[in-house]
Write a protein that binds this ligand. Structure first.
Ligand code: UTP
Length: 294
């Protein structure tokens, strides 16, 4: 019997250097994919997967993130008075329940592993989810769920720790954390090894760790040591490698598409894909793209 996953951690303290100057004053997680901040898409995904408590690890210059998940009294009042009921209802539907969010700060961006460690006291002694907010996922239509819901299914089946993966071109693997495949069940598989940013040609597979995890709380003790890895950062992958010596890890081949919206190309591709998936925008956008490509 597995424990219910109630809490999710969203590390949003990174500097977003790949997206400067846009990210100088605006957190990259707040850049819009069509008309919703990237982070809102990811919170929607967590909510869809059954998450009840949303833990944000923020940093300096990120206070708009806290405001986004709070009431906006003046705006809501104006919408009500102007009878903009649809817009008002949409804002209300996105608002988390009172007490369902927590915010903590990573004072220095020492790496993803360190950001997760900053959430240790809020998460406590229970398994939890991690969602990287710049990795925005879309279902592929056949399966109507996004990535974390698919991870939850695998967790119900295997327990332990779960990591979502996605195929990348073999020549791209050195940019990512990559897993080695053990016993294969198709949609999910046993992970028999992991490596963060392997040197070119040395990756154990072309399956990159794509930004959704379900982790046991014992990961916090392993992150506590503060050991640095690839890029001089405290890497989550390194702590997971150590945890895998005593706990099972399974991979989930996400049936859908993940967009790295922290890169310019990924951000543009996500906007086109999400725009084309919107009934109110698809025809106009398609016509505009055709015109541009002519
Ligand atoms: P990235 O490496 O993609 O984010 O980390 P970054 O460092 O902001 O981006 P670049 O490379 O400089 O453009 C993945 C996620 O982890 C968070 C980031 O905010 C991002 O959502 N992160 C990363 C932290 O919260 N703290 C860190 O120290 C590093």
């Amino acid at each position: 019997m597995t424990k219910r996953i109630r809490k999710a951690v969203f590390p949003v303290a990174g500097l977003g250097t790949r997206f400067l100057p846009a990210t100088k004053a605006v957190p990259k997680e707040m850049l819009p994919i069509v008309d919703r901040p990237a982070l809102q898409h990811v919170v929607d995904e967590a909510r869809e997967a059954g998450i009840e408590h949303f833990v944000f690890v923020t940093g300096r210059n990120k206070s708009v993130i806290e405001d986004h998940f709070d009431v906006a009294y003046e705006l809501e009042d104006t919408l009500r008075r102007r009878n903009k009921t649809k817009e008002y209802a949409a804002l209300m539907a996105d608002l988390p329940k009172a007490g369902a969010t927590s915010f903590t700060r990573q004072q220095t961006p020492l790496g993803l592993g360190h950001a997760i460690w900053c959430a240790r006291d809020i998460v406590g002694d229970e398994p939890f989810a991690v969602l990287l907010p710049d990795m925005v996922t879309a279902p592929n239509g056949k399966r109507a769920t996004r990535c974390l819901a698919q991870c939850m299914e695998a967790y119900a089946k295997h327990g332990g720790n779960i990591i979502a993966v996605e195929e990348v071109l073999p020549q791209e693997t050195h940019h990512y954390g990559v897993v080695a495949v053990g016993k294969d069940h198709g949609h999910s598989f046993e992970i028999k090894g992991m490596v963060e940013k392997p040197p070119q040609g040395m990756a154990p597979s072309n399956l990159m760790i794509s930004g959704r995890y379900i982790l046991a709380p014992q990961i916090f003790a392993l992150l506590e040591t503060g050991e640095t890895g690839a890029g001089g950062e405290i890497q989550l992958t390194d702590a997971m490698i150590r945890l895998s010596a005593s706990q099972p890890f399974h991979g989930v081949r996400f049936d859908g598409k993940t967009y790295d919206t922290g890169s310019k190309l990924g951000f543009l591709a996500a906007n086109v894909a999400f725009g084309l998936a919107r009934p109110d925008l698809a025809d106009g956008l398609r016509a505009e793209l055709k015109r541009l490509l002519r």
